[in-house]
Design a protein around this ligand. Structure first.
Ligand code: ES4
Ligand code: ZN
Length: 324
């Protein structure tokens, strides 16, 4: 089964590039940029990754990214991840990033974009890995800030495959972001949003109705609302589920009790993703293997999950035909 899952062409649709920073790279960039870390060693960092909930993770996630300063840093971060992903049999990545988390530290949009776009081009040429960019807004910041960032990114809008919505969810509903998602759509840029991770099923419905998103990130709490499940199934709205993330952030207490089997049984269009692989214990292949262990799924189930991701990824139709 390992060989089968490794060889299966997989697409990653839910990946925060800042959450792919392994402690080794964090130390390397800290030294390169003269940034102090509150850890003495790589082992210290890994030991600190013991989270009670989403917020306790986000606190370390925003801290860790302080080492990212220059375009080269963003390039190296993305290439480091692309190489690992390719070695796990990942053929396509929809990469999310959080520009506000860098702008607020004085790191400009140009450095972020140029570094990430250079790595994406290198991945295409050297790893045969296709990629797409999702620019995410922080929902725990004012919606006016998201609008500013969308305008600031104007010169790079043609590089954006989607806009997203992430960060602390509970208490931060989608509604205030309707305007920025509308503006993106008017510019030909679709939306995706985290919803139903820690937040209630209503946030999933609002993301669909008020933001007009075409995919839901996480979405696992939809099961609390049967009418919503029916809608997600009828419309085959993709959910980008992140099994190991949900375990590490205590959305579920163990993988064997994850709602994935119930979500599958409900006929939903699911994909398996890593979210923040450096923080949650591994990449896409590790998530596939963990599900195999926990649920005993057969090859056909994994083939369908991988196929769902290739169908829903932001890629050219030529590339999709070649991969499907
Ligand atoms: C995130 Cl797991 C998760 N949820 C919400 N926002 C995020 N940003 C990075 N990882
Ligand atoms: Zn996420």
């Amino acid at each position: 089964m390992y060989d089968f899952l490794r060889a299966l062409p997989k697409a990653e649709l839910h990946l925060h590039i800042e959450g792919s920073m392994e402690p080794e790279l964090m130390f390397k960039l800290a030294e390169r940029n003269g940034v102090g870390l509150r850890y003495d060693s790589v082992e210290d960092v890994r030991e600190a990754y013991d989270f009670a909930d989403l917020q306790s993770f986000l606190d370390l996630y925003y801290q860790g990214m302080a080492v990212l300063q220059t375009a080269d840093d963003f390039h190296d971060l993305a290439m480091d991840y692309f190489q690992r992903a390719a070695s796990e049999g990942v053929v396509h990545v929809d990469l999310s990033f959080d520009p506000q988390a860098h702008l607020s530290r004085g790191v400009g949009m140009r450095a972020q974009m140029e570094g990430l776009l250079a790595a994406m081009e290198e991945a295409r040429q050297e790893l045969d890995l296709s990629t797409a960019m999702i620019m995410s807004f922080l929902r725990d910041q004012p919606a006016a800030s998201a609008l500013d960032v969308f305008e600031l990114a104007g010169p790079w809008h043609r590089h954006l495959s989607a806009v997203g919505l992430d960060s602390a969810e509970a208490g931060f509903p989608p509604a205030p972001f309707a305007e920025v998602f509308r503006r993106a759509r008017a510019a030909g840029i679709p939306g995706v949003a985290h919803a139903g991770e820690e937040g209630p099923p209503d946030y999933i419905r609002d993301a669909l109705d008020l933001l007009g998103v075409i995919r839901i990130d996480h979405g696992v709490r939809c099961l609390e609302d049967p009418a919503l499940v029916q809608r997600l199934r009828d419309d085959q709205i993709p959910l980008t589920v992140c099994p190991l993330s949900n375990v590490r952030l205590k959305v579920v207490d163990e993988l064997a009790r994850h709602p994935l089997p119930a979500l599958l049984e409900a006929g939903l269009k699911l994909t398996l993703n890593s979210d923040d692989p450096a923080y949650f214990g591994g990449g896409v292949l590790t998530n596939f293997l963990a599900c195999q262990q926990a649920f005993g799924w057969d090859e056909e189930t994994f083939r369908q999950l991988a196929r769902n991701a290739l169908e829903e990824a932001f890629m050219t139709e030529d590339r999709r035909r070649a991969l499907l």
